[in-house]
Design a protein around this ligand. Structure first.
Ligand code: NAD
Length: 513
């Protein structure tokens, strides 16, 4: 048995067999109910986390509300300094946290480290941004008047996150929200609660070292019912929710009902278009990593390959050959390419997709299978599969969160391929593989891809934090991370100042007394 150092990692992160799951920082609350976290890697129980009660939720919100009052008046660059220190702690704990991500979620250790790196990167980004939260100034139509806009903090930001990026999504939100002057309450996925406890321990130390009040970073735990405590709560002006489209429709409606703001980062159905001018070698690497990386459990995973008929067989054979080389097994073992799915429900979703695609008239070209035997005891390991299908199939229109890749053939020109690419309900990530400038530009134009992310000669997955991240249509329309995504964490105020002794009205309206 290879020891991957999990026990030491948990110890370093302050995660035990039994953890309190509700925290306002140094203060942790006890409750009776727990969630058990089992590793999809080996099926072992990693630890238990106590869930949040309605009373404890109330204490959390009151403490966060109080903390906001002092946090919002700290100058933004000083808040940036706290985020800088948080990034430093993450650098120190990159390996244990990357290991926990890999063990609790099932992604490869490399990807676990990559996730922590994203957290560090967003901290660096946020530190610089803390000196750049600027609005515009504009000329007033009235003489002796000055007009400008400012961005002010919102208050409590509620973060609901998915299992597949158990730590990075929280950091994308918090690092920006904190420098913007907001305080955060996080409900991690009930499938990865220990990652939540570990992250809260890291930020708690930083806040304590700086004598900052309880409540700037809060953690709550549980399933959707605990999430609903926040989505229905008027005291939480912004809900940032990452997860399935099904969840987003409910959360969006609930938050909309009370006219709160929501930032929704939901499911994708991402495609790579492969044109006759594509570099086939690059296409194969991009498509295979996109389809099987994280066992097909990225929101940006490649689900569809839209291949021109003239090169269809060539691309198909090359991708099928590459699938033959894949090693499936323990994701902490760096020799393996594909780890497990998150749980046996996800395995059922995978099996269902393979049945449905055949029922609808598709052809399996790489057979799937649920693996058993030594090393596969958790029952969560599956063989990445490929099916030839049609974009109109119901199952192709649906996001199956597993390594199932659909091959779709197009004839005609790039426009026909773009129609297929856009012909789904989701709009997250898209890519074209081509060396033809006209095709590439057409794909990126206003008549091109309708997704939030559109790449040329890169696959669909693996975004950088510098750009705004998110998608259109049923992906929810939210943007996180880089560019000007910070604006959603703030409220905009337009200010007009009159420095004369007259009171001229806008639009030249006369109102003489
Ligand atoms: P999920 O929708 O099952 O759960 C996500 C989170 O929402 C969990 O914390 C869950 O407890 C909570 N939740 C569910 N119903 C809720 C409700 N009614 N009210 C409040 N909270 C509720 O998703 P999952 O299986 O954890 O994650 C996979 C999905 O997430 C995929 O669809 C994937 O594409 C998507 N995802 C999207 C992005 C993105 O940035 N667009 C990133 C990661 C994952």
């Amino acid at each position: 048995i290879v020891d991957f150092g999990i026990k030491e990692a948990l110890k370093e992160l302050g995660v035990s067999d039994h953890n309190k799951g509700t925290s306002t920082g140094a203060n942790w609350f006890s409750s009776k109910e727990t969630i058990s976290s089992f590793s999809p890697v080996d099926g072992e129980l990693i630890g238990n986390v106590e869930t949040t009660t309605a009373e404890d939720y109330e204490k959390v919100i009151q403490t966060a509300t109080q903390a906001f009052k002092s946090w919002r008046i700290l100058p933004a660059p000083q808040r940036g300094e706290i985020v800088r220190q948080f990034g430093e702690e993450l650098r120190k704990l990159k390996e244990p946290l990357g290991k926990l991500v890999s063990y609790e979620m099932g992604k490869s250790y490399q990807e676990g480290l990559g996730e922590v790196q994203e957290m560090i990167d967003i901290c660096d980004f946020a530190v610089g941004l803390s000196r750049q939260l600027h609005g515009l100034t504009m000329h007033s139509e009235r003489p002796g008047h000055r007009m400008y806009e400012q961005y002010h903090p919102l208050g409590i930001v509620g973060i609901i996150s998915a299992f597949n990026f158990p730590v990075a999504v929280w950091a994308w939100n918090t690092a920006l929200a904190w420098i913007c002057g907001d305080v955060c309450v996080w409900k991690p996925s009930e499938k990865t609660p220990l990652c939540g406890v570990a992250c809260q321990n890291i930020i708690t130390k930083v806040l304590k070292d700086n004598n900052l009040p309880e409540g700037i970073s809060c953690l709550i735990n549980g399933d959707y019912k605990v999430g609903e405590m926040m989505t229905t709560d008027k005291r939480v002006p912004l809900i940032s929710a990452t997860g399935s489209t099904r969840m987003g429709k409910i959360v969006g409606a609930t938050v909309g009902e009370r006219l709160g703001k929501s930032l929704l980062e939901l499911g994708g159905n991402n495609a790579i278009i492969v044109t006759p001018d594509a570099d086939i070698k690059m296409t194969v690497i991009g498509a295979v990593f996109g389809a099987v990386g994280t066992a097909g459990q990225r929101c940006t995973s490649t689900r569809r390959l839209i291949i021109h008929e003239s090169i269809y067989d060539k691309v198909k054979n090359a991708v099928v050959d590459a699938y033959g080389q894949l090693r499936i097994g323990n994701p902490l073992d760096e020799n393996n390419h594909v780890g497990p799915l998150i749980d046996t429900d996800a395995v059922k979703g995978y099996q269902n997709a393979l049945e449905k695609v055949v029922e609808e008239g598709g052809t399996i070209v790489v057979e799937g299978a649920v693996l058993s035997g030594e090393g596969y005891e958790s029952g969560c390991y599956v063989k990445p599969a490929i099916a030839e299908a049609d974009n109109s199939f119901k199952i192709v229109q649906h996001e199956t969160f597993a390594p199932v890749l659909y091959l779709l053939k197009y004839s005609g020109d790039i426009e026909d391929a773009i129609d297929v690419q856009n012909g789904v309900a989701q709009g997250l990530s898209s890519a074209v593989m081509t060396n033809n400038l006209r095709e590439a530009e057409r794909f990126l134009s206003h008549a091109g891809s309708d997704c939030g992310i559109a790449n040329v000669n890169i696959g669909t997955s693996g975004a950088e934090i510098g750009g705004a991240f998110g998608g259109e249509k049923e992906t929810g329309g939210g943007r996180e991370s880089g560019s000007d995504a910070w604006k959603v964490y703030m409220r905009r105020q337009t200010n007009t100042i009159n420095y004369t002794t007259e009171l001229p009205l806008a639009q030249g309206i006369k109102f003489d007394l």
